[in-house]
Design a protein around this ligand. Structure first.
Ligand code: 26Q
Length: 796
């Protein structure tokens, strides 16, 4: 249907009139976007059906990736590229007077996620489809994704986000596959045919209706599925108050991570988790039954992967389905469940480990709670046999203890594979955070270093660099990104390095324009673009970056002739709405920006930009334009990071600690092609006797900066930064900001000096691009497929 641009134009115009009831001349940009979107969806339908038929006929093991987040971003250009019709469409539209780039801007990001974990899930779906692997996503169709961020007078303001305005074009509602999800009520035991059975009585049910989104593989005719569940009232509500029931039902898929500081919010979050899990498991089992009768073989045909612990109720839910619906006994059901479920851990921060109070869990999910209790009892029994008398250990490891259900323990016990997301992270899990469990289940633990899809983060976001690479090494790297290494032979090729520089410069000009459009600020594209974009968290240490900027500012004020290569510091970050400290850091960044950008003494050397509403589509503009990638978390705290890989792939150099996947970046490019500073993980984890106050007393630079937080340096905001001040001096700076300050400043001096040797810089940049193929999520997914899921791609 799209084989040439004439055909495309004809179809497009016909479709537009049919869909919108308007002539082309009357149509809006939105009409045109909807038309193209629907054409694409129809175009992929044939292959979508064929892919499903193929999986059924080949009877391949299917993987289901359960995740509470999928941070997809925009899909229009992504789909066009993967289908291989981007050029035909671009040319066809151009002849109609439509600019494809402008059209892509109409689409609102599908922001069904917060950050790394959600974007990883989206990259994985792209790799699964592009490798022709039978892997599908299961998630929630939040009506509102992550909030839209506005900065008003330096403060973050959150606005509700409405992605469905334009997201609807990609989804297909499948009402006939709806699943009933039971909550509340009580469990009745009955004995039939000498077997004890359990019945969930007086439950309130919510209907989960699937909306399927096609996941289009790259040039391979594979179309997998992302199934997003929408919460709707059941047909026969037992409630008298129908409006209340409708409201309580629909809210389950209304917001991503609603506030959990109150019990009401907590119940809602747990409801969401069970809603996702129950709907997904039941639809997986239903699909299994199309071809297979005996549930005893489920694990041979199905793998269910849980993305962190948020979907961990998949374990008791599968037990429930196997026993209560399938009639299997406990031991058989447990064997199958623990061979079906695999689990990825994304954090070692103890505050991020999920625990649910029994008083919330038990009434909401009475049958699931019973099953978790039984899992816990059997597990504690096993521990007792292995460690007789070691009550402390059993108390530490129990799934239920101190009136709480520990979700990570449930995941560790009920899965056959547990993986961390970078080498260091996995080692920390094995030898520290999950040491007790590693001792009992060493065979379960493995590492799968994260990756990113080079199709979105290079092909789509940096078409100029993509063309240059293809020009010099051919296009086989697109399917085998490891081949980017062939670029190393251009290390001494002056003409190639000049091209590389030209492309970076153009990308910086694009970003400068975006900055101007967003804030009115003029930044100089020949300055160093030094970028930190990621969620705002104390452990990610945006504060260290800010302190460095304040230091440079102070230095320039003291000595206007201080030799300093002009820099533009760029930030993008959303803070969780209830995270007070993180919001103060945003205010601080903006206060520093006001101070610095307004000061004629430093104006030509220093600029600070806070880009509002950091999200996938903005990230696609930022990574290609960066010179410096800030990856400065306190060592041992960042599980992996994935932004670090996106920067590297686009030729930015990393300034980073030896944390997460930074270590693997360093191992690949070597110490000469990365700027490493600060304490390492061992030093952080075993630090004895840190007294931040000493750094305040003995380092004049630090004292001055810390005092500036509260001494009126920022006009009109005297007590604004007290919490930051206190975190450093009263709470003893738990993220070692002051401890790493000097090392960071020294390293930044080296960065500035290196940049002045442009040839050297470009070679370093090239080395980074050349080694970035390892971080393609195709490599990561191939490892999951080989080691965990035991699945193979289809031969074409
Ligand atoms: C926990 C308890 C209660 C409610 C919510 C949560 C919660 C929510 C979201 C805990 C964690 C998350 C998200 C974690 C996340 O995004 N982690 C990041 O995952 C990336 C992909 O593996 C890594 O690269 C990052 O290092 C890691 O921070």
């Amino acid at each position: 249907m799209f084989s040439n641009k004439e055909e495309f134009k004809k179809h497009f115009l016909q479709k537009l009139e049919m869909m919108c009831g308007k002539s082309f001349a009357e149509s809006t940009k939105e009409d045109q976007f909807d038309t193209l979107g629907h054409m694409i969806r129809e175009y992929v339908s044939t292959n979508w059906i064929k892919t499903n038929e193929r999986y059924r006929s080949e009877d391949q093991r299917q993987v289901y990736y359960l995740s509470i987040e999928f941070l997809l971003g925009r899909l229009l250009l992504h789909n066009l590229i993967n289908l291989g019709i981007d050029q035909v469409v671009e040319e066809g539209l151009c002849e109609l007077g439509i600019d494809l780039d402008c059209m892509t801007e109409v689409e609102t990001d599908a922001g069904l996620g917060n950050g790394g974990l959600g974007r990883l899930a989206a990259c994985f779906l792209d790799s699964l489809a592009s490798l022709g692997l039978p892997g599908h996503g299961c998630g929630i169709r939040y009506k509102h994704g992550l909030f839209e961020q506005k900065i008003v007078e330096g403060y973050q303001v959150e606005l509700p986000e409405l992605w469905l305005r334009h997201g609807q074009v990609w989804e297909v509602r499948k009402a006939d596959f709806a699943v009933e999800v039971p909550f509340w009520g009580h469990v009745q035991a009955a004995s039939d045919h000498e077997r004890l059975s359990f019945h969930h009585m007086d439950a309130e049910t919510i209907t989960a209706v699937p909306y399927d989104v096609p996941m289009v593989g790259y040039h391979n005719d594979t179309v997998n599925t992302l199934r997003l569940w929408n919460a709707e009232p059941s047909l026969f509500p037992i409630h008298k108050d129908i409006l209340k029931y409708k409201r309580e039902t629909e809210i389950v898929s209304e917001f991503l991570y609603p506030d959990d500081t109150h019990d009401e919010g907590k119940i809602l979050r747990l409801k969401q988790q069970y809603f996702l899990v129950c709907a997904s498991i039941n639809s997986i089992v239903k699909r299994y039954h199309v071809k297979h009768k005996d549930l005893r073989n489920l694990h041979r045909h199905v793998c269910i992967h849980i993305n962190d612990t948020h979907p961990v109720l998949a374990i008791p839910e599968l037990m429930r389905v196997l026993m209560d619906l399938g009639g299997l006994g406990w031991d058989e059901a447990w064997e199958i469940t623990t061979q079906t479920i695999s689990y990825t851990n994304h954090t070692t921060l103890s505050e991020a480990l999920e625990k649910w109070p029994i008083r919330i869990f038990q009434p909401l999910l009475p049958r699931i709670y019973m099953i978790v209790t039984e899992i816990n009892e059997r597990f504690c029994h096993l521990l007792w046999e292995r460690y007789p008398g070691d009550w402390n250990r059993i108390e530490r490891m129990a799934i239920i203890a101190h009136d709480q259900v520990k979700m990570a323990h449930l995941a560790l016990v009920g899965s056959f594979s547990v993986n961390g997301v970078a080498a260091l992270h996995t080692e920390i899990l094995k030898h520290r955070e999950m040491k007790d469990f590693y001792e009992v289940f060493p065979q379960k633990f493995n590492n799968k270093t994260n990756g990113i899809t080079h199709r979105r983060w290079l092909l789509k976001s940096n078409p100029e660099l993509t063309s240059l690479i293809t020009e010099v090494i051919g296009d086989s790297w697109v399917n085998k990104p490891e081949k980017l290494k062939e670029l190393l032979k251009f290390h001494n090729d002056a003409a190639f390095l000049t091209q590389l520089q030209r492309i970076k410069q153009e990308n910086k000009q694009h970003l400068a324009q975006i900055i101007k459009d967003q804030s009115g600020m003029i930044v100089d594209p020949s300055s160093i673009f030094d970028v930190q974009v990621k969620r705002l968290h104390a452990y990610k240490r945006q504060l260290l970056n800010v302190f460095h900027i304040m230091h440079i500012y102070n230095r320039l004020k003291e000595d206007p002739h201080y030799l300093f290569y002009p820099r533009t510091f760029i930030f993008g970050a959303k803070a969780s709405p209830g995270y007070y400290y993180a919001k103060k850091i945003i205010k601080l960044i903006n206060s520093v920006a006001d101070k610095v950008n307004d000061d004629p003494d430093v104006r030509d050397k220093l600029k600070v930009v806070f880009l509002e509403n950091y999200r996938v589509s903005l990230a696609e503009r930022i990574f290609p334009a960066a010179d410096i990638s800030e990856q400065i978390s306190t060592a041992s705290k960042e599980a992996s990071g994935t932004g670090n890989m996106k920067f590297m792939m686009n030729g930015a150099l990393t300034v980073g600690t030896l944390d997460g996947a930074n270590i693997e970046i360093r191992d690949l490019v070597g110490d000469d092609n990365i700027f490493i500073f600060g304490l390492n993980a061992d030093e952080v984890l075993n630090y004895k006797g840190y007294h931040s106050i000493e750094y305040f007393h003995y380092d004049k630079r630090i004292r001055r900066i810390v005092e500036q937080l509260t001494n009126g340096f920022f006009s009109g905001v005297d007590d604004e930064f007290e919490a930051i001040y206190d975190s450093l001096l009263i709470e003893n700076d738990q993220y070692f900001v002051l401890r790493d300050f000097d090392s960071y400043v020294q390293t930044q001096i080296a960065v500035g000096q290196t940049y002045e040797d442009r040839n050297k810089w470009l070679k370093m940049s090239l080395t980074n691009i050349a080694h970035s193929g390892y971080f393609s999520s195709d490599r990561t997914i191939n490892e999951y497929a080989r080691d965990i899921w035991k699945i193979k791609g289809a031969a074409h």
